[in-house]
Design a protein around this ligand. Sequence first.
Ligand code: SAM
Length: 316
Amino acid sequence: MSSLPRCLYVKEILGCLATSRIIEIDENSEKYFVMEELRPILKTMSITANLLTFCNQRKDDIIELLDINGPNGYCVHSKTGLVLFLGYCVHSKTGFGGVLTARRERDIDSLIQIELFQDTPDLKDKLESGLSYVEYGSGEGAVILEMAKRFPKSQFTAVDYSTDAISVLQQKILDQNLTNVQGIHGDLHDLPSDWSEKYDVAYIRDVIHDVGDPVKATNEIVRSVKRGGVVSITEVAIKGSNQREQRDDPVAPQFYLYSTCICVPESLNQPGGVGLGCTSGQEKMSKILMEGGIPKDSLEMYFKSAQNIVRYVYRK
Ligand SMILES: C[S@@+](CC[C@H](N)C(=O)[O-])C[C@H]1O[C@@H](n2cnc3c(N)ncnc32)[C@H](O)[C@@H]1O
């Protein structure tokens, strides 16, 4: 039994504790320690209330993952119940997909503007005239369904690994009488062989760090886009590429929590299982995208600090 998956979880958990300053990183070594003055506070647990609340909801799952004989990961859509969003525990009857959908729908206008049109304004005119658009890892389709409504002359395809998410999406397509969008169950590591140069636009949001093999997935995404087409990848991001740099970023602890409980288990549950997590940073992600076939000179990067995202664009 390999100890690598366990190490990846421990790295994320330590990152969460270090960036929230619950533990400190020794200046001369990579060792962690708890500051003397923090010890009494930690005993009363007031500073860790949010963290503990969340971990408590997921404790059985996490204990199972950390057990040397436990599973390496799990599919996040299969875990219903309580999940953490922006520091709050939200009851979700529909599970992970339902919470994500509610969150995307809340900011859908600015999300579409910032993640699709801000740096590629020509895309809007093209969508209005009609083109073929695919979203990989669409979840239950909050973004693609809105795009299909706004651009009736274009044809939209949503692909997701989760059969549950795709079933919900297909039902929404029927309920909303949309005729220019379809939902397909599929794996980014292995898209159909006849999808080479099939789409004008591929949009991927908050997915690459979740897949088992991000390089292979990028390769497949690039293959599926036509020459002259656009690959638009949004990845969540915190500034800095290591925990020491990230320590003072107030959102960093949340990202390490998501990574521990959502992203790393999802990736480790898939073939390849690199367990990248959502905290790896822009430098590592851009390397992966280049290894996956996006030429260095053609990789555009837009860091949007207010949204904690990086948008990667490749005009093929
Ligand atoms: C964090 S969610 C993001 C969902 C959606 N893009 C959004 O931003 O609301 C990641 C999604 O990627 C999907 N996914 C993970 N691995 C995948 C794979 N190998 N192929 C296709 N989809 C995958 C998951 O099922 C999940 O719906």
